[in-house]
Design a protein around this ligand. Structure first.
Ligand SMILES: *[C@@H]1O[C@H](CO)[C@@H](O)[C@H](O)[C@H]1NC(C)=O
Ligand SMILES: *[C@@H]1O[C@H](CO)[C@@H](O)[C@H](O)[C@H]1NC(C)=O
Ligand SMILES: *[C@@H]1O[C@H](CO)[C@@H](O)[C@H](O)[C@H]1NC(C)=O
Ligand SMILES: *[C@@H]1O[C@H](CO)[C@@H](O)[C@H](O)[C@H]1NC(C)=O
Ligand SMILES: *[C@@H]1O[C@H](CO)[C@@H](O)[C@H](O)[C@H]1NC(C)=O
Ligand SMILES: *[C@@H]1O[C@H](CO)[C@@H](O)[C@H](O)[C@H]1NC(C)=O
Ligand SMILES: *[C@@H]1O[C@H](CO)[C@@H](O)[C@H](O)[C@H]1NC(C)=O
Length: 566
């Protein structure tokens, strides 16, 4: 109790202070809390409107008490700050104003002068005479998407014919979906026809080859990550010429971002942003999700046409825009365990994560066992901004930014570490939060249930089409592709909230003592800085930072490039 008071009130209590002083402080503490509680009750019980128009009256303090009543015995992280956030949200409930740049990209006048142009080409089709390239891509759907577009560039580089990529079955994702189950195969082949030749199958006479025996199977052990074009020309091209077919297995992140010839870079992006269209089955379901996030309003969003094609609503007269925020809370156990951070669950959490690492990341677990290795402490990792945001931190960030209590939030992903109870803070403060499972009826979602990649495609589309996309991690493939897509097509109107986690950690450090107003100001500053879209730093992914000369050109740059090519 003493410790709690000390933190709460920000007073240093020397151990020799008299009991009287402590008694006074205690009384003050209780009175303060009573006062805050009554303020919240005064503002009345709050009307909550769910997406399905279900309305019910719930009083805030009741709901707040539910926070932290999960199966885990630990006390809710940031309880005091969450309390302040709840208070602020309740107060702002009926105010009509939000911070003016909340749903905007900063500097969007500059941003809107960029035009997507990876669809333009200046070369003749490659005939693909040097042989056939096959790929079996590993990972989840988003990693596979990157592999597909990287291999398209490699096929062009080597003058090879590409066989439609196949996807490796993984014990993690457990999905048997192949290319044509996720993307429109014929569209893909036709769209890239001016660039590379793509066939659905290896020709009959090559099918009987034992590729393993002739050395034509190339795995990730054989290629360095981010390999340069010179590697492919030096080692793969001779193999291709000799055997007429090369099969890449895995192919995770095996093509560098730089240096890559200008037009090859553009081809990669043409593939990602133009040639890959989801199947009508996925587009139709995703269109329903987007629609329902917008309260069935008849308007369409900026990217709908690119994402769901013919299922996009026509742009009608817009009376009122129904906006939504999409949130990718990358807080699944693999991310949590791999980060080596501390998430407030005490010994139980430590044991659980260590056990998970022993099974899934044995190398990492071994390093942790090695006492001679210097492993940074969880506190250090956090201060460096290397920990994924916890759900509690995420909700504080959103509240601090000024999103209102009734903001419609689409939550992507599924298996939050710690289970549903770990989302209590989020659903209590922002009750209009839904997932695809809530938005689609059982019969609508049924055709997707056995296909985690197709479910992930629904998340991809719904996040990409959102008015604001917020990510809480720095490296996941979904967040990276979604934010890149929004940059490419968004014209400066599709902001992504990508917090500077080092600065956030600094703010959260003062969780118990910081004033809400101060917290708000600091959070807004920390987020605004990173919300702005900028050109691709050398070596970074073209899929994530498509604003570079290969892809999105301003008029002036377009002219310069055209001139330099003459
Ligand atoms: C409406 O809300 C109440 C209380 O939260 C819940 O019991 C009920 O199932 C909801 N109805 C629908 C159609 O979701
Ligand atoms: C809150 O801040 C204190 C230091 O002021 C820190 O010890 C504690 O771990 C913080 N709580 C959380 C949940 O980070
Ligand atoms: C591919 O074809 C082009 C045009 O015919 C040629 O210039 C280039 O050298 C070829 N590259 C390879 C690796 O065969
Ligand atoms: C939107 O339409 C769906 C399907 O027709 C319906 O179930 C849902 O209740 C509607 N939502 C709103 C907010 O009108
Ligand atoms: C690490 O140490 C624990 C306990 O000493 C042991 O059970 C575990 O197998 C070790 N892990 C590795 C990967 O060596
Ligand atoms: C522990 O780490 C040190 C330094 O990196 C290394 O030399 C040693 O072989 C490791 N020990 C074990 C048991 O892995
Ligand atoms: C999912 O697959 C299992 C077996 O692989 C099958 O029994 C089940 O019916 C399938 N479920 C759906 C919803 O298709």
């Amino acid at each position: 109790m003493h410790i709690k008071m000390k933190k709460t009130l920000g007073f240093k209590i020397a151990s020799n202070r008299s009991r009287v002083a402590i008694g006074i402080l205690l009384t003050f503490f209780i009175l303060t809390n009573l006062w805050m509680l009554s303020r919240i009750q005064d503002s009345g019980s709050v009307r909550l409107r769910f997406l399905n128009s279900n309305s019910s009256r719930v009083s805030l303090p009741d709901e707040l008490r539910k926070i932290g009543k999960g199966k885990k015995p630990h006390k809710t992280a940031y309880a005091r700050l969450l309390y302040k956030a709840a208070h602020a949200l309740a107060e702002n409930q009926y105010k009509s104003t939000e911070p003016k740049d909340l749903w905007l990209e900063p500097y969007h006048a500059v941003a809107s002068s960029w035009q997507p142009c990876a669809d333009q080409r200046v070369w003749k089709p490659s005939e693909g005479n040097n042989g056939y390239i096959m790929v079996t891509a590993n990972g989840g759907i988003n990693q596979q998407r990157v592999a597909v577009c990287n291999i398209a560039a490699v096929a062009r580089l080597l003058n090879a014919t590409l066989v439609i990529p196949t996807f490796m079955f993984s014990s993690v994702w457990r999905d048997t979906s192949q290319f044509a189950d996720i993307y429109q195969e014929d569209y893909f082949i036709d769209y890239l026809k001016p660039d590379i030749r793509i066939v659905k199958e290896l020709p009959k006479e090559l099918q009987s080859l034992d590729l393993e025996a002739i050395g034509s199977v190339v795995t990730d052990v054989d290629i360095a990550k981010e390999a340069k074009p010179s590697f492919y020309l030096k080692y793969i091209l001779p193999l291709l010429m000799k055997n007429k077919v090369v099969h890449f297995v895995g192919f995770g992140n095996r093509l560098a971002s730089d240096p890559i010839p200008y037009h090859l870079q553009r081809l990669r992006c043409r593939c990602n942003f133009h040639a890959l269209q989801f199947t009508p089955k996925i587009q139709a379901a995703a269109a329903m999700l987007i629609q329902r996030m917008r309260q069935n309003a008849s308007h369409s969003g900026t990217l709908d046409k690119n994402l769901v094609g013919p299922f996009a609503k026509l742009k009608g007269k817009v009376k009122k825009k129904f906006r939504y925020l999409a949130l990718h809370l990358r807080f699944e156990i693999d991310m949590v365990a791999h980060s080596l951070c501390n998430f407030g669950g005490g010994e139980e959490e430590k044991k659980e994560l260590q056990a998970y690492r022993e099974i899934h990341f044995p190398g990492l677990a071994g390093e942790l066992n090695n006492t001679t290795k210097m492993i940074p402490s969880p506190e250090r990792l956090k201060a460096e901004g290397l920990c994924p945001l916890m759900p509690e931190e995420t909700v504080l960030m959103l509240a601090g930014l000024g999103f209102k209590r009734d903001t419609r939030i689409y939550l992507a992903g599924a298996h939050i570490y710690g289970g549903k109870s770990r989302l209590n803070a989020l659903t209590t403060l922002f009750p209009n939060m839904v997932t695809k499972e809530n938005l689609l009826s059982p019969s609508e979602i049924q055709p997707f249930l056995n296909f985690s990649s197709q479910l992930a495609a629904l998340d991809f589309i719904t996040c990409t089409a959102s008015d604001v996309f917020a990510m809480t991690d720095s490296g996941s493939q979904l967040s990276s592709l979604v934010s890149g897509y929004r940059v490419y097509y968004g014209g400066g109107k599709m902001p992504t909230i990508r917090p500077n986690k080092r600065r956030l950690a600094d703010i959260f450090m003062k969780n118990d003592t910081i004033e809400w107003k101060v917290f708000e100001t600091r959070i807004r500053k920390a987020v605004r800085q990173n919300k702005r879209v900028f050109s691709r730093p050398i070596g970074r992914s073209v899929y994530r930072y498509p604003r570079c000369s290969e892809l999105v050109l301003t008029d002036q740059e377009e002219i310069n490039v055209a001139a330099s090519e003459r």
